[in-house]
Design a protein around this ligand. Sequence first.
Ligand code: HEC
Ligand code: HEC
Length: 207
Amino acid sequence: MNPAPNPRPRTPFLLASAAVASLALAGIAVQCSSPRPTEPARAAVADADGLRAWDVVYGVLQHPRCVNCHPAGNVPLQGEHLQLHAQNVQRGVDGKGRFDLKCATCHTAANTPGAHMPPGAPNWHLPTAAMPLVFEGKSKAELCRQMRDRAQNGDKTPEQLVEHMTHDPLVLWGWSPGEGRAPVSTPQAAFAQAARTWAASGCACPE
Ligand code: HEC
Ligand code: HEC
């Protein structure tokens, strides 16, 4: 019903994914090269600055406000410590919940006032089962490579990633998450700046 593979790393999986990642790197470099201009301009954002920017972006992606909707399994997470969502809520094929338990049954376009009431933002849902965009449990290097790979990031160019991270309502919700939830700790403007710097570096990733 929910055919997403279990992405928790095991040793053979790690070896396999390292091989795949290195094979894919050539392709990735080309994909990230669309905003990657000529050599002199590229030097304007050195790899070191790109890597520092990625540290900031990664810190946000691992914040509970973000990782709760980017889980490794097929159940959204809730709270500050990656608890599984109550009521046996499941991703469903389209990320909007199973037919009998849709996200929209409880989550509306805005936060419901009150502690432990459902948070809300337009079109509240998880990524799809086919393109789960897992952040949970990914190392800095793994998540960086995943996010710049159009085969794993929902076919987004670096510009589209920046646009998403700076304007998508589900992302922006992380800074106004409703009563009883800590907002993302990195200021939103610092996150936006880091996302732009990372993309402009040609999506620099740690080894
Ligand atoms: C309510 C659930 C929800 C929350 C909360 C949420 N996301 Fe997402 N996110 C999604 C969905 C669904 C998609 C895929 C939709 C799309 O591509 O337009 C997505 C896609 C993304 C993508 C695009 C591609 C990729 O490679 O992952 C990024 C980046 C992202 N989210 C970052 C964040 C950040 C940063 C936060 C926290 C500030 C966040 N998300 C919070 C549901 C959520
Ligand atoms: C039966 C009602 C119900 C359904 C259906 C439901 N939720 Fe929730 N959800 C809640 C409530 C209530 C909370 C708040 C829990 C709390 O704060 O203690 C919540 C919290 C969350 C959170 C935690 C936000 C945070 O960062 O703490 C996420 C993420 C979430 N839901 C995603 C989803 C997604 C995605 C779906 C559909 C696949 C869904 N929910 C379906 C009621 C529901």
